[in-house]
Design a protein around this ligand. Structure first.
Ligand code: ZN
Length: 142
């Protein structure tokens, strides 16, 4: 444990732990780009990353950039932080977003006024730097 850490210092938020399958996703995110797997056989998108297309089970879906824009499908407001590092953010919004290309993902919706949220609201991706060179995708209202 970090003995040198000041008493009032909050440990950092968790970082992604890429696997062999998800490593291209996280490498793109670290570069500030959202990429998802696309199937040449059925044109379906696969997310989370997989070795097979989630629609037709074809192998080796290839990585393709997505625009990072989409709509708010649903959300939840977190008032009690699950980890001390999230305490300063409360209350914050955890959202499920459907990208314009089709795939869905869960992320935080930053700087969101709860009263302004609506199903179908337009959102766009932003990249939060969690550690030098390492980012996570988050969303904001567009
Ligand atoms: Zn497919």
């Amino acid at each position: 444990m970090a003995d040198s850490m000041a008493d009032d210092q909050v440990p950092g938020k968790p970082l992604p732990e890429p696997t062999a399958v998800s490593a291209p996703y996280w490498a793109a995110v670290d570069d500030g780009e959202l990429r998802m797997q696309h199937c040449a056989d059925c044109s379906g998108w696969t997310f989370p990353p997989s070795t097979r297309c989630r629609h037709c089970a074809a192998g080796e879906p290839h990585w393709r950039p997505v625009a990072g824009t989409g709509e708010l499908l649903t959300w939840s407001v977190v008032h009690q932080a699950p980890y001390p590092s999230y305490g300063p953010d409360t209350p914050y919004v955890v959202a499920v977003v459907r990208l314009d290309e089709g795939p869905q993902l869960m992320a935080n919706l930053l700087d969101a006024d709860e009263g302004a949220l609506a199903i179908g609201a337009r959102v766009r991706v932003v990249f939060e730097e969690r550690a030098p060179g390492h980012r996570v995708p988050q969303f904001v209202l567009a």
